[in-house]
Design a protein around this ligand. Sequence first.
Ligand code: GLC
Length: 436
Amino acid sequence: MAITLFVRGLINSSIRMNDTGVFTKPGPHQYPHQWNWDSALIALGLSHFDLPRALTEIRALLSGQWQDGMLPHVVYHQTPSDYFPDPAFWQIENSPNAPRFSTSGITQPPLLATIVRRLHARQPILEFVEEIYPSLLEWHRWLHTARDADGSGLVCIIHPWESGTDDSPRWLELLAAIQPETVPEFQRGDTRYVPALERPHRAEYERFIHLIDVFRKLGYVPADLLVHSPFLVQDVLFNSILFCADEDLRALALLLNQPTDAIDVWLSRMRSSFDARFWNDQMGLYYDYDLRSERSIQVNTITTFLPLFAGVASNAQAERLINSHLTNPSEYASQDGIWYGVTTTARTEPTWESRRYWRGPVWIITNWLVLEGLQRYGYDDLADRIRQDTLHLVEVSGFREYYDARDGSGCGSENFSWSAALTLELLMAPPNAENK
Ligand code: GLC
């Protein structure tokens, strides 16, 4: 218990370090504004020692919501910084839907409804749920309409940053196929504080910026983005998180005696399309789908385990994912029996790199998503193993953004907020507890 209290104090101070009072920076220098899914997880961590501050975090994020319901991936909150892209770069004023505040023009994985439901299950916050429910509903409605490109019920992303896994090898071929005639002038800020070999390559970064240029010229009109965005993908991670969040939104609706008809339709349409679109029975893996080339993106990454988090996989699919891939020493488990957590890309992928961002390193968020999925399917021992390894990782290397998949040494930003918040969650929330 003494250890737990000690660690809790350490984590608390690490989150406090990035606290501006209104929102929490993901990292002190590298990410000086408010990020969407980071904030949801930070609120989850904060709720263990300061629930009112957790609710402030969520309110601050929702203050950046667009008039059509879109919840942006970054809310800038007029905090001066050297971050690129700066607020002006997005030119969101080109859109009639832009909010009063400076934000980015794209979204991120919708974890928020799931987190709000968990907070309420631990300590009733009915008034707060009542207050923010309309904003959550509008965001989900926007996702299910503005981002349903083919009427399948599955939603699409238009930028790798929307996947939360920016330079994942899943995007490499798609990005290489985009040949921008012009890329606006820009100065990268991300390699100022973190070594370049831990950050995305220049070629990918140029395309990230080119895509923003395409979107701002289109005035962020959702229908035009679907027609013209060179990058249009149905992503397993994004759809899994949305499916789970739709179920949690439905539970919140019931709590408030609100109708669930629209949410029921979203859920049933997603469920009926999910396997046909994503499951590859020959490999026993879930793959993303590229709507531009109308092809499955056959790259084996950690996102294949996200349907476990959502509960959309059958028991047989879960068994194959776990026995043939997750615990396979040549893919995700390490050969020497020490895991450090789950590598973000299977080692069998030729593009695997141990320290580069989403190309291989271990992230606390993905460890958490995987172990939550394992618990859901009754693989408690394996979940506990990943939990212990994750705690060991932060004990040895601190709250880093990500960790070298070979030896667990820290990479990326230091004092990373969601690494601290999720450590707190792992320590304070008993496994298999009230989460579902
Ligand atoms: C990076 C990550 C993204 C995260 C952001 C802030 O862009 O890829 O998932 O939200 O950093 O931490």
